[in-house]
Design a protein around this ligand. Structure first.
Ligand SMILES: [Zn+2]
Length: 454
Protein backbone atom coordinates (compact mmCIF):
# COMPACT_ATOMS: atom_id res chain seq x y z
CA UNK A 1 0.00 0.00 0.00
CA UNK A 2 1.45 3.28 -1.12
CA UNK A 3 1.99 5.90 1.57
CA UNK A 4 1.98 9.61 0.70
CA UNK A 5 3.36 12.21 3.09
CA UNK A 6 3.69 15.99 2.98
CA UNK A 7 4.87 18.60 5.48
CA UNK A 8 4.24 22.15 6.63
CA UNK A 9 7.28 23.27 8.56
CA UNK A 10 7.65 26.41 10.68
CA UNK A 11 10.92 27.78 11.95
CA UNK A 12 11.68 31.03 13.78
CA UNK A 13 13.85 33.52 11.95
CA UNK A 14 16.86 34.92 13.77
CA UNK A 15 15.99 38.62 13.48
CA UNK A 16 16.68 41.03 16.34
CA UNK A 17 13.21 42.58 16.20
CA UNK A 18 9.71 41.25 15.59
CA UNK A 19 7.88 41.19 12.29
CA UNK A 20 5.47 44.13 12.62
CA UNK A 21 6.95 46.09 15.54
CA UNK A 22 10.36 46.89 17.01
CA UNK A 23 10.12 44.67 20.10
CA UNK A 24 13.20 42.46 20.68
CA UNK A 25 12.90 38.76 19.88
CA UNK A 26 14.93 37.29 22.76
CA UNK A 27 11.81 35.89 24.38
CA UNK A 28 13.53 33.06 26.21
CA UNK A 29 15.88 35.12 28.38
CA UNK A 30 13.40 37.68 29.66
CA UNK A 31 10.46 37.77 32.05
CA UNK A 32 7.03 37.00 30.53
CA UNK A 33 5.32 39.93 28.81
CA UNK A 34 8.28 42.32 28.83
CA UNK A 35 9.20 42.38 25.12
CA UNK A 36 5.76 43.56 24.10
CA UNK A 37 3.96 46.59 22.71
CA UNK A 38 0.47 47.51 21.53
CA UNK A 39 1.13 45.92 18.11
CA UNK A 40 2.28 42.48 19.24
CA UNK A 41 -0.37 42.28 21.95
CA UNK A 42 -3.08 43.11 19.41
CA UNK A 43 -4.45 46.27 21.06
CA UNK A 44 -7.43 47.72 19.18
CA UNK A 45 -6.29 50.54 16.93
CA UNK A 46 -2.57 49.67 17.11
CA UNK A 47 -0.89 50.25 13.75
CA UNK A 48 1.62 47.60 12.70
CA UNK A 49 4.89 48.63 11.01
CA UNK A 50 5.60 47.44 7.47
CA UNK A 51 7.06 43.89 7.58
CA UNK A 52 10.65 43.62 8.91
CA UNK A 53 12.97 43.75 5.86
CA UNK A 54 15.50 41.38 7.49
CA UNK A 55 12.76 38.77 7.85
CA UNK A 56 11.70 39.20 4.22
CA UNK A 57 15.33 38.86 3.06
CA UNK A 58 15.76 35.74 5.19
CA UNK A 59 12.70 34.10 3.61
CA UNK A 60 13.93 35.01 0.11
CA UNK A 61 17.31 33.41 0.88
CA UNK A 62 15.71 30.26 2.30
CA UNK A 63 13.42 30.04 -0.74
CA UNK A 64 16.41 30.38 -3.08
CA UNK A 65 18.36 27.74 -1.13
CA UNK A 66 15.34 25.47 -1.65
CA UNK A 67 15.53 26.13 -5.39
CA UNK A 68 12.27 28.11 -5.50
CA UNK A 69 11.19 30.78 -7.95
CA UNK A 70 10.68 34.09 -6.18
CA UNK A 71 7.27 35.68 -6.62
CA UNK A 72 7.52 39.03 -8.43
CA UNK A 73 3.91 40.15 -8.03
CA UNK A 74 2.87 42.10 -4.91
CA UNK A 75 2.77 39.65 -1.98
CA UNK A 76 -0.11 40.42 0.38
CA UNK A 77 -0.06 39.79 4.10
CA UNK A 78 -3.26 37.99 5.03
CA UNK A 79 -5.17 37.72 8.25
CA UNK A 80 -5.88 34.12 9.22
CA UNK A 81 -8.68 34.18 11.77
CA UNK A 82 -9.00 31.81 14.67
CA UNK A 83 -9.72 32.17 18.35
CA UNK A 84 -7.21 31.11 20.92
CA UNK A 85 -5.80 32.91 23.96
CA UNK A 86 -2.31 33.12 22.40
CA UNK A 87 -3.69 35.31 19.61
CA UNK A 88 -5.10 38.54 21.09
CA UNK A 89 -6.02 40.11 17.73
CA UNK A 90 -8.04 37.06 16.73
CA UNK A 91 -5.97 36.58 13.59
CA UNK A 92 -2.46 35.52 12.65
CA UNK A 93 -0.69 37.47 9.92
CA UNK A 94 0.67 35.23 7.18
CA UNK A 95 2.04 36.22 3.78
CA UNK A 96 1.11 34.76 0.43
CA UNK A 97 3.95 32.65 -1.08
CA UNK A 98 7.32 34.41 -1.43
CA UNK A 99 8.95 31.39 -3.10
CA UNK A 100 7.24 28.65 -5.17
CA UNK A 101 8.01 25.42 -7.04
CA UNK A 102 11.24 24.51 -5.31
CA UNK A 103 12.92 21.19 -4.67
CA UNK A 104 15.07 19.56 -1.99
CA UNK A 105 16.31 15.96 -1.95
CA UNK A 106 14.01 15.21 -4.88
CA UNK A 107 10.97 16.38 -2.90
CA UNK A 108 8.96 19.28 -4.31
CA UNK A 109 8.66 22.48 -2.27
CA UNK A 110 5.26 23.97 -2.99
CA UNK A 111 5.82 27.26 -1.25
CA UNK A 112 7.82 29.26 1.25
CA UNK A 113 6.23 32.20 3.06
CA UNK A 114 6.43 34.50 6.07
CA UNK A 115 4.28 34.37 9.21
CA UNK A 116 4.13 35.77 12.70
CA UNK A 117 4.41 33.55 15.75
CA UNK A 118 1.54 33.66 18.26
CA UNK A 119 2.16 34.06 21.99
CA UNK A 120 2.50 31.20 24.40
CA UNK A 121 -0.55 30.00 26.28
CA UNK A 122 -0.32 27.68 29.24
CA UNK A 123 -3.66 25.88 29.54
CA UNK A 124 -2.77 24.66 33.04
CA UNK A 125 -2.19 28.08 34.64
CA UNK A 126 -4.25 30.04 32.12
CA UNK A 127 -1.36 32.46 31.69
CA UNK A 128 -0.28 33.88 28.35
CA UNK A 129 3.19 35.19 27.53
CA UNK A 130 3.24 37.55 24.54
CA UNK A 131 7.04 37.83 24.29
CA UNK A 132 6.92 35.33 21.42
CA UNK A 133 3.96 37.02 19.76
CA UNK A 134 5.04 38.62 16.48
CA UNK A 135 8.36 36.83 16.07
CA UNK A 136 8.88 36.14 12.35
CA UNK A 137 8.54 32.57 11.13
CA UNK A 138 9.30 30.97 7.82
CA UNK A 139 6.79 28.35 6.70
CA UNK A 140 7.82 25.72 4.17
CA UNK A 141 5.17 23.58 2.49
CA UNK A 142 6.29 20.44 0.67
CA UNK A 143 4.56 18.53 -2.07
CA UNK A 144 3.09 15.19 -0.90
CA UNK A 145 6.03 13.33 -2.40
CA UNK A 146 7.49 11.53 0.60
CA UNK A 147 6.67 7.83 0.85
CA UNK A 148 7.96 6.55 4.19
CA UNK A 149 8.85 7.77 7.69
CA UNK A 150 12.51 7.08 6.87
CA UNK A 151 12.35 9.23 3.76
CA UNK A 152 10.62 11.94 5.82
CA UNK A 153 13.43 11.84 8.36
CA UNK A 154 16.09 12.14 5.64
CA UNK A 155 14.28 15.06 4.07
CA UNK A 156 13.86 16.91 7.38
CA UNK A 157 17.54 16.40 8.25
CA UNK A 158 18.55 17.87 4.90
CA UNK A 159 16.16 20.78 5.41
CA UNK A 160 17.58 21.54 8.87
CA UNK A 161 21.06 21.50 7.31
CA UNK A 162 20.03 23.96 4.59
CA UNK A 163 18.33 26.27 7.11
CA UNK A 164 21.37 26.27 9.38
CA UNK A 165 23.66 26.98 6.40
CA UNK A 166 21.76 30.22 5.75
CA UNK A 167 22.34 31.34 9.35
CA UNK A 168 18.93 33.01 9.16
CA UNK A 169 17.10 30.74 11.62
CA UNK A 170 17.48 30.46 15.38
CA UNK A 171 20.75 28.78 16.29
CA UNK A 172 19.71 27.45 19.68
CA UNK A 173 17.35 24.97 17.99
CA UNK A 174 14.18 23.43 19.34
CA UNK A 175 12.06 26.08 17.65
CA UNK A 176 10.97 24.02 14.64
CA UNK A 177 7.28 23.08 14.59
CA UNK A 178 5.55 21.09 11.93
CA UNK A 179 2.35 19.54 10.72
CA UNK A 180 2.36 16.56 8.46
CA UNK A 181 -0.32 14.99 6.30
CA UNK A 182 -0.42 11.35 5.40
CA UNK A 183 -2.62 9.14 3.32
CA UNK A 184 -2.49 5.47 2.51
CA UNK A 185 -3.64 4.34 -0.92
CA UNK A 186 -7.42 4.60 -1.14
CA UNK A 187 -7.80 6.37 2.20
CA UNK A 188 -8.43 10.02 3.01
CA UNK A 189 -5.76 12.49 4.03
CA UNK A 190 -5.06 12.72 7.75
CA UNK A 191 -3.31 15.74 9.15
CA UNK A 192 -1.12 15.50 12.26
CA UNK A 193 -0.37 18.62 14.27
CA UNK A 194 1.96 19.51 17.16
CA UNK A 195 5.18 17.89 15.97
CA UNK A 196 8.29 19.56 17.38
CA UNK A 197 11.25 17.50 16.24
CA UNK A 198 12.50 15.23 13.48
CA UNK A 199 12.30 12.29 15.85
CA UNK A 200 8.72 13.30 16.70
CA UNK A 201 7.81 13.42 13.00
CA UNK A 202 9.27 9.96 12.46
CA UNK A 203 7.42 8.49 15.46
CA UNK A 204 4.12 10.19 14.56
CA UNK A 205 4.27 8.84 10.99
CA UNK A 206 5.22 5.34 12.15
CA UNK A 207 2.32 5.32 14.58
CA UNK A 208 -0.14 6.71 12.05
CA UNK A 209 0.77 4.22 9.32
CA UNK A 210 0.24 1.31 11.72
CA UNK A 211 -3.05 2.78 12.97
CA UNK A 212 -4.41 3.37 9.46
CA UNK A 213 -3.28 -0.04 8.15
CA UNK A 214 -4.98 -1.76 11.06
CA UNK A 215 -8.23 0.08 10.30
CA UNK A 216 -7.97 -0.82 6.61
CA UNK A 217 -7.44 -4.49 7.53
CA UNK A 218 -10.65 -4.40 9.53
CA UNK A 219 -12.46 -2.92 6.52
CA UNK A 220 -12.84 0.53 8.08
CA UNK A 221 -12.53 3.47 5.71
CA UNK A 222 -9.99 6.14 6.73
CA UNK A 223 -11.82 9.43 7.14
CA UNK A 224 -10.43 12.86 6.61
CA UNK A 225 -9.45 14.33 9.96
CA UNK A 226 -6.92 16.29 11.96
CA UNK A 227 -5.06 14.54 14.75
CA UNK A 228 -2.70 15.81 17.44
CA UNK A 229 0.65 14.18 18.13
CA UNK A 230 1.22 13.54 21.82
CA UNK A 231 5.00 13.66 22.08
CA UNK A 232 5.32 11.95 25.44
CA UNK A 233 3.18 8.98 24.50
CA UNK A 234 4.37 8.95 20.87
CA UNK A 235 0.80 8.52 19.63
CA UNK A 236 -1.69 10.61 17.65
CA UNK A 237 -5.17 11.47 18.89
CA UNK A 238 -8.21 12.71 16.99
CA UNK A 239 -8.73 16.50 17.10
CA UNK A 240 -11.43 17.23 14.54
CA UNK A 241 -13.01 15.76 11.44
CA UNK A 242 -13.68 17.35 8.04
CA UNK A 243 -17.12 18.46 9.19
CA UNK A 244 -15.53 20.42 12.02
CA UNK A 245 -12.77 21.85 9.81
CA UNK A 246 -11.89 25.43 10.63
CA UNK A 247 -12.72 28.28 8.30
CA UNK A 248 -9.94 30.82 8.67
CA UNK A 249 -11.76 33.54 6.71
CA UNK A 250 -8.55 34.80 5.08
CA UNK A 251 -8.54 38.50 4.10
CA UNK A 252 -5.63 40.75 3.06
CA UNK A 253 -4.52 42.87 6.04
CA UNK A 254 -5.61 46.45 5.20
CA UNK A 255 -2.97 47.92 7.56
CA UNK A 256 0.06 46.42 5.81
CA UNK A 257 1.37 47.24 2.34
CA UNK A 258 2.15 44.21 0.16
CA UNK A 259 5.75 43.03 -0.19
CA UNK A 260 7.31 43.70 -3.59
CA UNK A 261 10.57 41.95 -4.43
CA UNK A 262 12.81 43.39 -7.12
CA UNK A 263 15.14 41.45 -9.40
CA UNK A 264 18.06 43.43 -7.92
CA UNK A 265 17.13 42.24 -4.44
CA UNK A 266 16.98 38.61 -5.57
CA UNK A 267 20.38 38.89 -7.28
CA UNK A 268 21.92 40.60 -4.26
CA UNK A 269 20.76 37.77 -1.99
CA UNK A 270 21.71 35.06 -4.46
CA UNK A 271 25.26 36.39 -4.70
CA UNK A 272 25.77 36.55 -0.93
CA UNK A 273 24.15 33.24 0.01
CA UNK A 274 26.23 30.14 0.80
CA UNK A 275 26.72 27.11 -1.42
CA UNK A 276 24.09 24.49 -0.57
CA UNK A 277 25.16 21.51 1.58
CA UNK A 278 24.52 19.17 -1.35
CA UNK A 279 26.63 21.24 -3.78
CA UNK A 280 29.40 21.43 -1.20
CA UNK A 281 29.34 17.67 -0.74
CA UNK A 282 29.72 17.04 -4.47
CA UNK A 283 32.49 19.62 -4.76
CA UNK A 284 34.41 18.04 -1.86
CA UNK A 285 34.36 14.66 -3.59
CA UNK A 286 35.53 16.23 -6.83
CA UNK A 287 38.07 18.72 -5.48
CA UNK A 288 39.62 16.76 -2.62
CA UNK A 289 39.16 13.18 -3.77
CA UNK A 290 37.42 12.17 -0.55
CA UNK A 291 34.58 9.65 -0.32
CA UNK A 292 30.95 10.68 -0.74
CA UNK A 293 30.21 9.41 2.75
CA UNK A 294 32.98 11.50 4.33
CA UNK A 295 31.96 14.53 2.29
CA UNK A 296 28.36 14.21 3.46
CA UNK A 297 29.30 14.05 7.12
CA UNK A 298 31.76 16.95 6.84
CA UNK A 299 29.23 19.09 4.96
CA UNK A 300 26.61 18.44 7.66
CA UNK A 301 27.65 21.66 9.40
CA UNK A 302 28.81 24.78 7.58
CA UNK A 303 31.50 25.70 10.13
CA UNK A 304 32.81 22.13 10.11
CA UNK A 305 32.95 22.14 6.30
CA UNK A 306 34.75 25.49 6.29
CA UNK A 307 37.27 24.21 8.85
CA UNK A 308 37.87 21.12 6.72
CA UNK A 309 38.67 23.26 3.69
CA UNK A 310 41.21 25.24 5.67
CA UNK A 311 42.85 22.10 7.04
CA UNK A 312 42.86 20.46 3.59
CA UNK A 313 45.11 23.28 2.33
CA UNK A 314 47.89 22.06 4.61
CA UNK A 315 47.21 18.39 5.26
CA UNK A 316 46.48 15.58 2.80
CA UNK A 317 42.69 16.03 2.37
CA UNK A 318 42.04 12.30 2.58
CA UNK A 319 43.83 12.02 5.91
CA UNK A 320 42.10 15.18 7.13
CA UNK A 321 38.69 13.83 6.01
CA UNK A 322 39.20 10.60 7.94
CA UNK A 323 40.07 12.52 11.07
CA UNK A 324 37.14 14.88 10.68
CA UNK A 325 34.71 12.10 10.12
CA UNK A 326 35.92 9.35 12.44
CA UNK A 327 37.42 11.29 15.31
CA UNK A 328 36.26 14.89 15.36
CA UNK A 329 32.60 14.07 14.66
CA UNK A 330 32.69 11.26 17.22
CA UNK A 331 34.08 13.51 19.94
CA UNK A 332 31.65 16.32 19.09
CA UNK A 333 28.69 13.94 19.10
CA UNK A 334 29.81 12.48 22.43
CA UNK A 335 29.92 15.97 23.93
CA UNK A 336 26.68 16.95 22.21
CA UNK A 337 28.34 19.95 20.56
CA UNK A 338 28.48 21.40 17.09
CA UNK A 339 31.89 22.32 15.71
CA UNK A 340 31.04 26.02 16.09
CA UNK A 341 30.08 25.52 19.74
CA UNK A 342 33.29 23.63 20.53
CA UNK A 343 35.53 26.61 19.78
CA UNK A 344 38.09 24.37 18.05
CA UNK A 345 39.99 26.26 15.35
CA UNK A 346 41.19 24.78 12.05
CA UNK A 347 44.76 25.70 13.13
CA UNK A 348 44.40 23.38 16.11
CA UNK A 349 43.58 20.47 13.84
CA UNK A 350 46.41 21.33 11.44
CA UNK A 351 48.87 21.42 14.35
CA UNK A 352 47.60 18.13 15.71
CA UNK A 353 47.69 16.30 12.39
CA UNK A 354 51.18 17.64 11.68
CA UNK A 355 52.42 16.29 15.00
CA UNK A 356 51.08 12.89 14.04
CA UNK A 357 52.57 13.13 10.58
CA UNK A 358 55.97 14.12 12.00
CA UNK A 359 55.83 11.15 14.33
CA UNK A 360 55.94 13.34 17.41
CA UNK A 361 52.86 11.69 18.86
CA UNK A 362 51.08 8.46 18.15
CA UNK A 363 47.64 8.17 16.53
CA UNK A 364 46.34 7.14 19.91
CA UNK A 365 47.70 10.27 21.54
CA UNK A 366 46.19 12.27 18.70
CA UNK A 367 42.74 10.92 19.52
CA UNK A 368 43.25 11.69 23.19
CA UNK A 369 44.34 15.26 22.43
CA UNK A 370 41.25 15.75 20.26
CA UNK A 371 39.05 14.70 23.16
CA UNK A 372 40.74 17.30 25.35
CA UNK A 373 40.55 19.96 22.62
CA UNK A 374 36.77 19.87 22.71
CA UNK A 375 36.66 21.06 26.32
CA UNK A 376 39.79 23.25 26.20
CA UNK A 377 40.34 24.58 22.70
CA UNK A 378 44.03 25.56 22.69
CA UNK A 379 47.27 24.59 20.97
CA UNK A 380 47.47 20.77 20.76
CA UNK A 381 51.24 21.06 21.25
CA UNK A 382 50.65 22.76 24.60
CA UNK A 383 48.22 20.01 25.57
CA UNK A 384 50.74 17.35 24.60
CA UNK A 385 53.51 19.09 26.53
CA UNK A 386 51.47 19.84 29.63
CA UNK A 387 50.33 16.25 29.90
CA UNK A 388 53.73 14.81 29.03
CA UNK A 389 52.19 12.93 26.16
CA UNK A 390 55.37 13.27 24.13
CA UNK A 391 56.94 10.90 26.63
CA UNK A 392 55.02 7.97 25.18
CA UNK A 393 56.87 8.68 22.00
CA UNK A 394 60.22 9.20 23.78
CA UNK A 395 59.86 5.81 25.44
CA UNK A 396 59.83 4.33 21.98
CA UNK A 397 62.96 6.29 21.17
CA UNK A 398 64.63 5.16 24.38
CA UNK A 399 63.78 1.56 23.71
CA UNK A 400 65.11 1.79 20.19
CA UNK A 401 68.30 3.46 21.44
CA UNK A 402 68.77 0.73 24.06
CA UNK A 403 68.39 -1.96 21.45
CA UNK A 404 70.91 -0.24 19.19
CA UNK A 405 73.39 0.30 22.01
CA UNK A 406 73.17 -3.39 22.95
CA UNK A 407 73.66 -4.49 19.34
CA UNK A 408 76.56 -2.13 18.78
CA UNK A 409 78.48 -2.90 22.00
CA UNK A 410 78.76 -6.66 22.10
CA UNK A 411 81.94 -6.59 24.19
CA UNK A 412 80.36 -4.50 26.94
CA UNK A 413 77.34 -6.81 26.99
CA UNK A 414 79.63 -9.80 27.27
CA UNK A 415 81.52 -8.15 30.14
CA UNK A 416 78.29 -7.34 31.95
CA UNK A 417 76.97 -10.89 31.55
CA UNK A 418 80.32 -12.13 32.85
CA UNK A 419 79.70 -10.16 36.03
CA UNK A 420 81.32 -6.80 35.33
CA UNK A 421 78.45 -4.54 36.40
CA UNK A 422 80.37 -1.38 35.55
CA UNK A 423 80.11 -2.37 31.87
CA UNK A 424 76.48 -1.37 32.17
CA UNK A 425 77.40 2.27 32.74
CA UNK A 426 79.12 2.31 29.39
CA UNK A 427 75.97 1.10 27.63
CA UNK A 428 73.83 3.64 29.51
CA UNK A 429 76.22 6.37 28.35
CA UNK A 430 75.78 5.23 24.75
CA UNK A 431 71.99 5.39 25.08
CA UNK A 432 72.18 8.89 26.58
CA UNK A 433 74.25 10.01 23.62
CA UNK A 434 71.80 8.52 21.15
CA UNK A 435 68.79 10.19 22.81
CA UNK A 436 70.58 13.51 23.16
CA UNK A 437 70.04 13.39 26.88
CA UNK A 438 66.26 13.21 26.66
CA UNK A 439 66.10 9.83 28.35
CA UNK A 440 65.92 9.21 32.08
CA UNK A 441 69.15 7.25 33.06
CA UNK A 442 67.34 5.17 35.70
CA UNK A 443 64.81 4.06 33.15
CA UNK A 444 67.52 3.33 30.64
CA UNK A 445 69.33 1.15 33.16
CA UNK A 446 66.14 -0.74 33.92
CA UNK A 447 65.43 -1.24 30.23
CA UNK A 448 68.92 -2.55 29.51
CA UNK A 449 68.66 -5.04 32.36
CA UNK A 450 65.30 -6.25 31.12
CA UNK A 451 66.58 -6.67 27.58
CA UNK A 452 69.64 -8.62 28.68
CA UNK A 453 67.65 -11.03 30.86
CA UNK A 454 66.06 -12.84 27.98
ZN1 LIG B 1 5.75 44.66 19.86
Amino acid sequence: MKVTIGFEIHEQLATKTKLFCNCPTNYREVKPNTNVCEVCTGMPGAKPFPPNQKAIDAVIEIALMLNCEIVKEPIYIQRKHYDYPDLPSGYQRTSLPIGKNGELNGIGIWEVHLEEDPGKYDPVTGRVDYNRSGIPLVEIVTAPEIHSPEEAREFLKELVKVLSYTGKVRKEGGTMRMDTNISIEGGARVEIKNINSIKGAYKALKFEITRQKNLIKRGIKIKRETRAFLEEQMITRAMRTKEQAEDYRYIPDPDIPPIVISNEKIEEIRKAMPESPRAKELRFVEQYGISQENAKIIASELELANAFEQVAKQIDPRIAATWFRDELKRVLAYNNLTFAQSGIKPEHIVELLKMIKNDEITQKTGKKVLEILVSQPKSPRKIVESLGLLKIKSEDIVEKAVEEAIAENKQAVKDYLAGKTEALNFIVGQVMRKTKGRAEPKEVLKLIKEKLKC
